[in-house]
Design a protein around this ligand. Structure first.
Ligand code: NAD
Ligand code: ZN
Ligand code: ZN
Length: 396
């Protein structure tokens, strides 16, 4: 089959690779009809997230048709059925899955001994993340969905059922960015009196701002420097701040009577650009010589501007260590931090209904529709924000 394969930094190719096969009785094979490139894929493309190996198939936002199943799938799916696949692989039976904390499923990461060590400084079972598709050997080294076919482990649980009358493009993002934006807003515990400030107007920021408004925020402010992304944010109902032109602190103070936003959301992650040249140079240098793995410009800014007793919600992905985090401000202001990979299936029953009811149509974010073999060039276009690119959808 054809698939987008990781070869190294900024080197993704459309290769012919072996077709996936059923390896376990709970597996299903999906023929991918539509998939997308996620902002998280850019951390692999830029290779700031370690743990990829040459030959790994990319992609964790995809959907398709069930073509084959192991006998353990037990009637949960039928041949020919169209499903969306959550990026988090879930067993549905462990302690964490039972609590709805699906992104920290204790069983689906087949390399959990590595994750236990990196995230828990322990070899004792239990500090792992879930297995993720197409996302490093730390999270299982599973082949991804930017491909013609993909093997879905624990397929009896790892799927999202969607109504036939909704199109692929309307439901595709249920597998990642829509529940990610939703969880980011839910974790901010939004009240009707709240100003919610969101850093990043990429696809995740777009879903987050619309979720925050659906959840009843008084006003939502979105911060970025890319004009077409800011325009899309305004179309979704946000007030925007262009951090290349304006002071984020001043604008947020103006909009909140000098008090600061009650809720701050980081939809940027580890590759943040600081509008302050010295800070950005410092973080880039430390990242380059491996003294910090992640750039913390957005985290620092959020801690300083957030109203005391406020909540900071972080859907943006981080991989390792950050530097110069203002702990004094965080502690003395009494801020709460909530974060995590998304517990996708925790939210999707509700979100499918909201799409079906017409409350939101997540396909608004798509700017580019291309063939799978155009994937490699689209990684670059998306990363560099060329050609007004905001979200790329691929059809294998
Ligand atoms: P993206 O790269 O398209 O968007 C990031 C945006 O942040 C860009 O528009 C960029 O201009 C902006 N930005 C950079 N520095 C900034 C700063 N200092 N202030 C304000 N904006 C700034 O990516 P995306 O698809 O929107 O994803 C965003 C983040 O969410 C990534 O880190 C991605 O890995 C993460 N993510 C997390 C989950 C999860 O489960 N938690 C799921 C999907 C994506
Ligand atoms: Zn993603
Ligand atoms: Zn589990």
């Amino acid at each position: 089959m054809r698939a987008l394969v990781w070869h190294g930094t900024e080197d993704i190719r459309c290769d012919t690779v072996p077709d996936p096969k059923i390896e376990d009785e709970r597996d299903a094979i999906i023929k991918v009809t539509t998939c997308a490139i996620c902002g998280s894929d850019l951390h692999l493309y830029d290779h700031v997230m370690p743990g990829m190996e040459k030959g790994d198939v990319m992609g964790h936002e995809f959907m398709g048709e069930v073509v084959e199943m192991g006998k353990g799938v037990n009637g949960a799916l039928r041949k020919g059925e169209r499903i969306v696949v959550p990026f988090t692989i879930i067993c549905g039976e462990c302690d964490q899955c039972k609590r709805g904390y699906f992104s920290v499923c204790e069983r689906s990461n087949r390399n959990k001994h590595v994750a236990d060590k990196v995230f828990g400084h322990t070899t004792v079972f239990g500090h792992t993340t879930a297995g993720l598709f197409g996302y490093t050997h730390l999270t299982g080294g599973y082949q991804g969905g930017q491909a013609e076919y993909v093997r879905v482990p624990f397929a009896d649980k790892t799927h999202i059922k969607v109504p036939e009358h909704l199109s692929d493009e309307q439901v595709l993002f249920l597998g990642d960015i829509f529940p990610t934006g939703w969880q980011a807003a839910v974790q901010a515990d939004i009240q009707p009196t709240d100003t919610v400030a969101i850093w990043g107007a990429g696809p995740v920021g777009q879903m987050t701002l619309r979720s925050a408004l659906l959840l009843g925020a008084k006003q939502v402010v979105c911060i970025d420097s890319v004009p077409e992304r800011l325009e899309m944010a305004r179309a979704g109902g946000a007030i925007t701040v262009d951090n290349a032109q304006e002071s984020v602190v001043e604008r947020l103070n103006e909009l909140t009577d000098g008090k600061g936003p009650e809720k701050c959301i980081d939809a940027v992650g580890m590759e943040a650009h600081s509008p302050r040249a010295l800070e950005h140079a410092y973080d880039r240098l430390k990242q380059a010589v491996m003294l910090e793995s992640d750039r913390a410009a957005v985290l620092r800014e959020m801690i300083y501007v957030c109203r005391p007793a406020g909540i900071i919600s972080i859907p943006g992905v981080y991989g390792g260590l950050v530097d110069k985090l203002p702990m004094g401000a965080l502690m003395n202001k009494g801020l709460t931090i909530r974060t995590g990979q998304t517990h996708v299936n925790r939210w999707t029953d509700d979100l499918v209904k909201r799409i079906d009811d017409g409350q939101i149509d997540p396909s608004f974010v798509i700017t580019h529709r291309v063939r799978l073999d155009q994937g490699p060039e689209m990684y670059k276009t998306f990363r560099d924000k060329k050609d007004n690119c905001i979200k790329v959808v691929l059809r294998p």
